[in-house]
Design a protein around this ligand. Sequence first.
Ligand SMILES: C[S@@+](CC[C@H](N)C(=O)[O-])C[C@H]1O[C@@H](n2cnc3c(N)ncnc32)[C@H](O)[C@@H]1O
Length: 412
Amino acid sequence: MKNEFETHSLSQKPHFPARWSNLLDELIPAFVKNRFSPQASWKNKPFSQDDVAFFSKGLLELSDFFTEDREGAKLPNYFTTAKFRSSYFLYFFALQGAKFLTLFERYPLAIEAALKHAEKTGTLRITDVGSGPGTASIAFLIFVLEKLAADKAKTKPGAKVNLPFKIQLVWIDHNETILKDGEMMLAEIFSLFPEFEGSIDLTTQARQWWKHPKDFNFDSSIVLFGNVLNESTDDPRIYNSGLVPFLKNISGAGVLMLEPAFKSASQRIGRIRDELMPHPIWGPCLHEGKFPISEGRDWCHFSVPAVLPGSFFKKFSIKLGSKREWLKFSFVWFAAADKPVLKTKLVRVISDPIRTPRGNQNQLCTPERITWYKTPARPIYRGDVIAPLTSSSGGKKSHDSIPQPKFKSRRN
Ligand SMILES: C[S@@+](CC[C@H](N)C(=O)[O-])C[C@H]1O[C@@H](n2cnc3c(N)ncnc32)[C@H](O)[C@@H]1O
């Protein structure tokens, strides 16, 4: 049984579903090799170190697009190029999927809300906005199916069962080619779950996600925005008159927006949150007041220590410079308006210890303004939670005199 601190902490190592590893190590490499190999003789052969060398050329280039803060940068429509689509499957799919899986594990009540919605309506409808090859929705599907498979193994081991609901995925992306690739791969997903009889109904919509917000199906079990807002226009009309009214009417597990850890991406979701409030939120926010850093020099993002699955993923990470040991992202997960999410008085830590003239301090997320907090003897880190502040607990309401934060390296 988790205590309240563990329930809200965002700094714990995630566990990943076993079939996620099978997807990364078996299904995806075989799929990519078959679909993207330039020579027919390469297809249908096991994925090897030579393939790592071949496919990492595109990956190194694609990774350059993604490492810079994209605001103002001209991002090409990279998925029109086959070498970038193949590298996305082999590396970024694993990386971004792992971030989603981390959050699915952190918020079990949200997952329960999605499943209840599916049972009530008869369909688990997963809407994936800026889906690319379906990263977020496939991660969600594997997370849910593995959970159902574990329950089934306890009651009817060995027997085939029908899923308790239909599955419908809705993918929206302005790049039609990546939708097609994702669809081809999705067709093979059930091979990872031989215990279930079922099929997946996929609807793809090749368009700008924001052009027809009324087309969103309000009756989704979950809506996932994955790394798309930072590539989208920043016209406030889209957000204020299109997206925010939609967010007020969501159902099931609500809407999870996950973005890179960049400042512009994080501040954008912070501003969307402030437009919508008051509204129930699964996370990361622990108060309903104004988000203190939707502009200015600071921003809210998380770094979660993780042992990432996927042996080819590891090889590609090394080609990119180092083994990946952290998942970095910003996010907000809006609940349905009628959802009583967990109330807590805990306070979210949103920085690692920062050296200041008054000694090491952490930033805390409190309404309207950041609160500075003396780093305790056992240091606290970004994503941790602490007990409610009292006047003697070291909180200080002003940060104007503090110099530009210098981030110290974190514990392992
Ligand atoms: C970085 S990829 C993320 C893919 C996937 N969601 C993930 O997290 O792995 C961003 C995706 O958003 C799509 N995209 C960018 N701007 C878009 C827009 N205005 N409307 C629809 N899709 C868009 C791109 O084509 C790309 O597939």
